[in-house]
Design a binder for this molecule. Structure first.
Ligand SMILES: CC(C)(COP(=O)(O)OP(=O)(O)OC[C@H]1O[C@@H](n2cnc3c(N)ncnc32)[C@H](O)[C@@H]1OP(=O)(O)O)[C@@H](O)C(=O)NCCC(=O)NCCS
Length: 217
């Protein structure tokens, strides 16, 4: 199991109050973004749904983005503290022992800093805790960036859904993990988790937020 304590970034369940940030990232990330109503349905009514957001400790959505926001907070201590900013999200449906990853996205200015990996790692860990046997997803054949992430985490391309995406009739690869709780896969995940943890702890990008602690909920 993965230990997320003490990192400058953290993952927690998505709430309806996160939707403004989530929809903002959604619109910047997908050609056919989901609506607010779709997310509200997922959060309020879909009992199979598990949605999470990634946040950076100390970055608030009221003071600007990224390190600028953190600096403003640090040097304007009287400014009202707003809840930490959402920088990415992930969701999966737990169906018949399978974790079907429905979405994953990181805010464009925060990409390539291991947040997508953190969200995927968290999901696989959570799915294993819920006794899912495998994780599966669909990905556009042109989305080689996301495919690289999934390949890194041991997903294999196991099928093709023709014209799966209605906006441009693009095909989807179906990608699936090995058995989540198998010893070899768990060993692979543990190696990835350890490397990810070290990278996040040592990241210069997150350096400004490192000394701040996770706010109590
Ligand atoms: C896919 C996505 C979530 C990755 O998030 P990210 O935070 O930038 O990814 P990370 O920094 O954690 O990278 C993890 C791995 O992903 C792969 N990867 C990420 N960006 C990549 C890029 N531009 N080119 C190639 N590989 C890339 C690499 O394997 C990387 O591992 P490495 O650092 O050891 O090379 C992000 O690009 C995104 O939000 N894309 C738009 C939404 C989307 O396409 N979602 C997937 C729908 S199926």
């Amino acid at each position: 199991m993965i230990d997320f304590d003490g990192l400058p970034v953290y993952v927690e369940p998505m709430a309806v109050s996160d939707l403004a940030d989530v929809l903002n990232i959604e619109r910047m990330s997908f050609p056919s973004p989901w609506s607010s109503r779709a997310y509200e349905y997922e959060l309020r009514y879909n009992e199979m749904a598990h949605y999470f957001v990634a946040r950076i400790a100390g970055l608030s959505n009221g003071n600007g983005h990224g390190l600028v926001g953190w600096l403003k907070q640090k040097f304007q201590p009287t400014a009202a503290f707003k809840s930490p900013e959402t920088v990415g999200y992930v969701g999966y449906w737990l169906m018949a022992g399978e974790a079907h990853i429905s979405t994953i996205a990181v805010r464009p200015d925060m990409r390539r800093h291991s947040l997508g990996e953190l969200l995927l790692a968290y999901t696989l860990n959570d799915a294993a805790k819920h006794s899912a046997h495998v994780a599966t997803l669909e990905v556009r054949v042109s989305n080689t960036t996301a495919q690289q992430l999934y390949l890194k985490y041991g997903f294999d391309k196991v099928g093709l859904r023709k014209a799966y995406y209605s906006d441009n009739n693009e095909d989807a690869f179906v990608m699936t993990t090995p058995t989540l709780n198998s010893a070899p896969y768990q060993q692979r995940l543990q190696r990835l988790y350890t490397a990810l943890r070290m990278r996040l702890q040592e990241s210069a990008f997150f350096h400004g937020a490192r000394h701040l602690t996770r706010p109590s909920s």
